[in-house]
Design a protein around this ligand. Structure first.
Ligand code: NAD
Length: 245
């Protein structure tokens, strides 16, 4: 329970789903965790747990992100987890949907990383983890046009960042989960006319015949931000129950 002892970790979109699971797992492993999210009410539920500190932060608000980075200073671990799934083909995707996908899934990562990276380099290095998806990086699924495009961009951003800063003690990887049972997946399921059938369809696309829990994916996050993965950088790591096979 001390794989991240002495580390300061920042997790975005940490009030629910995999971000929350990451914050809890990092804290369990001894990290000091700053959990940020736009949802103050949900953040309260994890405030103080294993020493987790929380801050309301909208990842679409670059001024707020920069001010937050200024106030926080260097961290050892940055997990850019914020993201949004637009459901639809190109025909259903408005320019606003496309922009929101890229702004939350990619631009927010650029803004936060740009604010944090120089501070991490000054401190002699650190670890960055980005949230991608099996969709876009390895596989297509129907009605995920903007989402897949934005997550493919995350994988490219990850590799490019990794090679540029490999000699400065910075490691950067991204995680590509399959279908994970989180609150927003529940919302997407409930948006279908027949939610019970929609859940079955989501399960059917997972070769293991079940959805992942956020907690089991978080064990991979711990590995990727700990010294156990010290020789890994620039990788897209699939934790997808066989979805990409
Ligand atoms: P979720 O979508 O259920 O929760 C996301 C959290 O993000 C919420 O707490 C929400 O308040 C917060 N959030 C939303 N907008 C925000 C903003 N502007 N600023 C800050 N926080 C904001 O959790 P999830 O499903 O685990 O998704 C987390 C990440 O994982 C996303 O990047 C998503 O694309 C990715 N992902 C999810 C799945 C899946 O099946 N659930 C699979 C692969 C990748």
């Amino acid at each position: 329970a001390d794989r991240l002892k002495g580390k300061l970790a920042l997790v975005t979109a940490a009030a629910a789903g995999m971000g929350r699971a990451a914050a809890l797992a990092f804290a369990r492993e001894g990290a000091q965790v700053i959990a940020t999210d736009i949802n103050a009410g949900l953040l309260k539920e994890i405030e103080g747990k294993d020493g987790i500190r929380t801050t309301v932060l909208d990842m679409l608000d670059e001024k707020a992100v920069n001010a937050f980075a200024e106030k926080t200073g260097a961290v050892n671990i940055l997990f850019n987890c914020a993201g949004w799934v637009h459901q639809g083909s190109l025909l259903d995707c408005t320019l606003a949907d496309w922009d929101r996908s890229f702004n939350l899934n990619v631009r927010s990562m650029f803004v936060m990383t740009k604010a944090m990276l120089p501070r991490m380099i000054d401190k002699g290095g650190g670890v960055i983890l980005n949230m991608a998806s099996v969709l876009g990086t390895e596989k297509a699924a129907p009605n995920r046009l903007a989402y897949a495009a934005s997550k493919a961009a995350v994988a490219g951003f990850t590799r490019a960042l990794a090679i540029d800063h490999v000699k400065q003690g910075i490691r950067v990887n991204c995680v590509c989960p399959g279908t994970v049972d989180t609150p927003s997946l529940g919302d997407r399921i409930n948006a279908f006319a027949d939610p019970a059938q929609a859940r079955k369809d989501f399960i059917a696309r997972q070769p293991m015949g079940r959805l992942a829990t956020a907690e089991e994916i978080a064990e991979t996050f711990v590995y990727l931000v700990s010294e156990e993965s010290s020789f890994m950088t620039g990788q897209a790591v699939f934790v997808d129950g066989g979805m990409s096979l």
